[in-house]
Design a binder for this molecule. Structure first.
Ligand code: F6R
Length: 647
């Protein structure tokens, strides 16, 4: 590949290829790894691969396994070195990185065990230093790493080199950042169970590989990727040190690329087509950057910020400002189900029919409540026929202690009541399992079911706060989740048809779904793609043609103002109702304190986001509300039901 950046890439300090989907990206990366392995085999030499774990490389490993099975790619001459391992986890532990690699790659290919190297998380504390030196020596003895695969954490870490890691750091033991531990909490069923330390290759070790390949998918990686690729080199974003390497490439999908200048402000890197969404984005960004209301923007503001061509295109500053101001104003509505008998030509939702059938999908309990509890409350108060479908029970997210508390409550009840011994036996069994279980053991199906009941009880209580009819609160318990575990879900036709049939039965006028479709292995990503498959199936149906699909945001990635197609204001009292609803999901509390840069309790984050959206509108010169929930209208390109069955 030519090393000089194109005009569009002029802000990027690492060569970056952007793909429509992660599927396309992994095919390219896997093909290049296969080429390397085959070339080396022809020369009678080993290929040395540096490997990463986490959700990012999962599809790549699947593609490599496919190449092995279907195209005869042999791993006999491949030597691997993994980036990192949790300290304190034995190799056979289900969450250890060694186990991850076995399950995701090694046991499916013909790699000799002696060629595999994953740091040992059980090495004694006193022996760690020597062990790490030895790990580096082994890399050297193997001839150095040919290609190092990397993911990126939301802290900007590569391997487990958290902020503060020096560019020359070597393989060593490190303490994990709080955000990293929080991101891993799901896998370990509670943040308290996540190991505090890890052994990781250093930044310096990584930079010694001959080629670096960083992969990233999904919106949640967008802002940290911008810092790593376009920001200055700093140890507060260790991935920014990759800029030093002459042979480093990022392979990312469109969602992960969305904060790069060429996508975020394309007018800064060359001529653009001034389609209406781009115009709105440019004006809103200009007003936000200059901290000015839209109607106060002047000719020189546009001219001095590279937007003179926009003025040429659209005529006068005055009419452009008015146009965008009106567009923003028209996104605001207190009638998310449409305002009956009103002129709806400038409203986001049609007035007719006055009473709409509304179908809301929540991937796990709490997701939809965080994104749109206030709007749900309004839809119910405005007498729409609202069905709320929880795609999964969320049982994997319940800490053992919550289950213990529920068992104790039930025990108290049965002692005082008539005494249902059958029930008691079951409780006893569950109590025993909790007692005997090591912190990281898998839950039995019975315990998972019990934990699911806890979340369903919380969900019902929270729906009651919103006034939802309990008979319209559905728990779909889709098999992909009930039979799977985080990062290792597999969807089947049963999952697809459950969603498809529900849509057909309800024939909704509005569907609400969370929009994080690009996060391939997350529960919300899978749910999104299942819903997308249902849209695809029913696209020819008359009811589908009149159906509006609204995307609510995740707490980690709220919509920015220019993206919003509908903003629903919340009064102080409505915000209080929302928080009350969220508090009922008590099993989902975390121990992390909230700050503006690190997400704490999810409801604090949601409140913060809703208040921030209202403040953005206010600063742009629109009315000042207490808080706002925001939605994007579905666009064709965002609902590609790609590779459902292989999730
Ligand atoms: C894993 C590793 C980490 C991950 C990063 C992203 O071996 O070294 O740096 O690559 O935390 O994790 P995912 O892919 O789960 O988003």
């Amino acid at each position: 590949m030519d090393n000089s950046p194109t005009e569009a890439e002029q802000y990027e300090r690492i060569r970056t290829r952007v793909f429509r989907s992660s599927d396309e990206a992994v095919r390219v990366v896997a093909a290049s790894i296969a080429r390397l392995i085959r070339e080396r085999q022809e020369e009678g030499r080993n290929a040395v691969l540096g490997l990463a774990t986490g959700s990012t490389p999962l599809k790549l490993y699947r593609e490599l396994i496919r190449l092995h099975r279907e195209e005869g790619l042999s791993f006999r001459s491949v030597v691997t070195f993994n980036l990192d391992e949790y300290y304190g986890l034995p190799p056979q532990h289900p969450e250890s990185y060694r186990q991850f690699m076995e399950v995701q790659l090694f046991k499916h290919v013909d790699i000799p065990t002696a060629n595999i190297h994953v740091p040992d998380g059980m090495v004694s504390r006193l022996g760690v230093f020597e062990y790490c030196l030895e790990y580096e020596r082994k890399i050297g003895d193997a001839g150095g790493v040919d290609v190092q695969l990397l993911g990126i954490g939301r802290t900007g870490h590569i391997g487990f080199n958290e902020p503060g890691s020096a560019i020359e750091s070597r393989t060593r033991m490190v303490a994990l950042d709080r955000l990293t531990r929080r991101d891993a909490a799901r896998d370990f069923r509670g943040e308290a169970n996540v190991p505090e330390y890890a052994i990781t290759m250093g930044v310096g070790t990584i930079l010694q590989a001959r080629e670096l390949t960083l992969l990233a998918w999904g919106e949640s990686k967008a802002s940290i990727l911008r810092a790593a690729i376009e920001g200055s080199q700093t140890d507060t974003v260790p991935a920014s040190f990759l800029q030093r390497h002459s042979n480093c490439r990022c392979y990312i999908d469109e969602a992960a690329a969305s904060e790069l200048t060429r996508f975020r402000s394309p007018w800064k890197v060359g001529p653009v087509e001034w389609a209406p969404p781009t115009v709105r984005k440019a004006v809103v960004s200009l007003a936000s950057d200059l901290k000015k209301a839209v109607l106060r923007l002047r000719d020189e503001d546009y001219a001095e910020n590279g937007l003179a061509p926009l003025l040429v295109e659209t005529g006068s500053t005055y009419s452009l400002n008015i146009r965008i101001f009106n567009e923003l104003q028209h996104t605001i509505t207190g009638w998310p189900g449409g305002k009956p008998n009103a002129d709806d030509s400038n409203r986001p939702v049609p007035a007719e029919p006055a009473q709409k059938r509304v179908l809301v999908f929540g991937p796990e309990p709490l997701d939809a409540e965080l994104g749109m509890a206030g709007t749900l409350h309004r839809l119910v108060r405005h007498q729409h026929d609202v069905t709320f479908a929880y795609v999964t029970s969320g049982n994997l997210g319940v800490p053992d202690n919550e289950a213990r508390m529920a068992i104790s409550l039930l025990n108290e009840l049965s002692v005082n009541g008539p005494g249902d011994t059958r029930g008691n036996n079951r409780l006893e069994q569950l109590a025993q399992e909790l007692e005997q279980k090591a912190p990281f053991d898998e839950d039995s199906p019975g315990l998972r079911q019990f934990k699911g009941l806890i979340r369903k009880a919380e969900a019902r209580a929270s729906c009651q706060v919103l006034g939802l009819d309990v008979s319209k609160v559905l728990f779909l318990d889709l098999p992909f989740y009930e039979l799977g575990r985080y990062r290792q879900f597999k969807t089947s036709d049963q999952d697809v048809s459950a969603i498809r049939d529900l849509c057909q039965r309800i024939q909704p006028h509005q569907i609400y779904v969370t929009g994080s479709g690009a996060e391939p292995s997350s529960v919300s990503g899978i749910s999104f793609r299942l819903v997308a498959a249902a849209f695809e199936a029913w696209s020819a149906e008359a009811w589908m043609k009149g159906c509006q699909i609204w995307l609510y945001p995740s707490s980690e990635r709220p919509w920015t103002t220019h993206e919003i197609d509908m903003a629903v204001p919340l009064s102080p009292a409505e915000l209080a109702v929302k928080l009350d609803c969220l508090y009922h999901h008590r099993s989902q509390r975390s121990q992390t304190p909230f700050s503006e840069t690190q997400s704490g309790e999810s409801w604090q984050q949601a409140e913060h986001n809703n208040r921030a959206t209202a403040q953005y509108y206010d600063r742009l010169g629109l009315p000042e509300y207490e808080a706002m929930e925001s939605f994007r209208r579905h666009k064709e390109s965002e609902l590609r039901p790609a590779s459902i069955a292989s999730s």
